[in-house]
Design a protein around this ligand. Structure first.
Ligand SMILES: [Zn+2]
Length: 289
């Protein structure tokens, strides 16, 4: 699933193409109708002929702003992908690639936003875990405040980090990092990479972390998330950015999907894979304590 850096990359790419444009027509495939809230009919009638004012993001969720009281919350989930086709037929894809010409009519096109002469935005989803939810401003606000701190931002401070750590003393630190209501946008890739950078094993209880370990983990979250955004996310197998390219962060991975390899840092440990918080977890048994 795309994490904060990947979703942010998709957002910033799409924003450049569709902001300020008016949706002329919206078409929803029959097999995706139940993934549209409050209903496909209301979604279409409320948004047709509206102009897209901007695209925001909280955690892994995208918010399409169609003006006052018309916000669309969208989630890519496992296999969702946005594809923008410009009037000159240039393709811009973000999310998960699908082995077909993504902008062409095909069975994985689930939602089509027709921007008339300005181009077309398609939402493709092979496994149909993605969704769209049209909400008013108040509900959008309520949905947004459910998310925790955004780790790459200035408002993520060591004080706030310590504050949320104190709320979950008995949780395993890996589970803590994945909790979207505490820290927004960190998924399996960046949780494992941050724990490696901080030298901490994912099964440690939060309360067992020493002061210098908390500082290292805080610094790792800030640095790694910012760097991953800069490099347009990580492509391991299934993610492409808003330009249809693979994310550039994959070359910096130290543990995620590296099981069996010898650790770059210590040159001795063999990267292990185990299961924590229900997720595959990779770590170096030498570097991480
Ligand atoms: Zn190591």
């Amino acid at each position: 699933m795309p994490e904060l850096p990947e979703v942010e990359t998709v957002r910033s790419d799409l924003e450049r193409f569709v902001t300020g444009k008016k949706v002329i027509k919206i078409t929803i495939k029959q097999d995706f109708v139940k993934k549209i809230q409050p209903s496909a009919a209301e979604f279409v009638s409320s948004l047709e002929n509206e102009r897209l004012a901007g695209i925001y993001r909280r955690g892994k969720m995208l918010v399409f702003d169609f003006g006052p009281n018309k916000k669309v919350l969208a989630h890519l989930k496992m296999t969702g992908q946005f594809v923008f086709v410009s009037p000159r037929n240039e393709l811009t894809a973000g999310g998960h690639p699908i082995d077909q010409e993504a902008g062409k009519p095909m069975k994985f096109n689930k939602v089509h936003f027709d921007f008339g002469s300005a181009g077309d935005l398609f939402f493709n989803d092979m496994r149909k875990f993605g969704y769209f939810k049209l909400v008013g401003d108040e509900e959008a606000e309520r949905e947004m405040i459910r998310f925790g701190l955004e780790p790459h931002t200035r408002s993520f401070t060591i004080k706030k980090f310590e504050g949320i750590l104190e709320r979950r003393p008995r949780w395993e630190i890996k589970k803590f990092l994945l909790a979207q209501d505490l820290i927004a946008g960190v998924g399996n890739i960046y949780a494992d990479e941050c724990l490696f950078a901080a030298g901490i094993r994912g099964d440690r209880p939060v309360a067992s972390l020493a002061g210098d370990e908390i500082e290292k983990l805080f610094a790792a979250l800030k640095r790694i998330m910012a760097k991953a955004i800069k490099y347009r996310g990580t492509s391991v197998s299934d993610y492409v950015d808003g330009r249809g390219n693979k994310g550039g962060y994959a070359r910096f991975l130290n543990v995620y999907k590296q099981a069996g390899k010898i650790c770059h840092r210590c040159g001795r440990g063999q990267i292990q894979k185990t299961k924590l918080a229900g997720r595959g977890t990779s770590y170096c048994p030498v570097c991480q304590k």
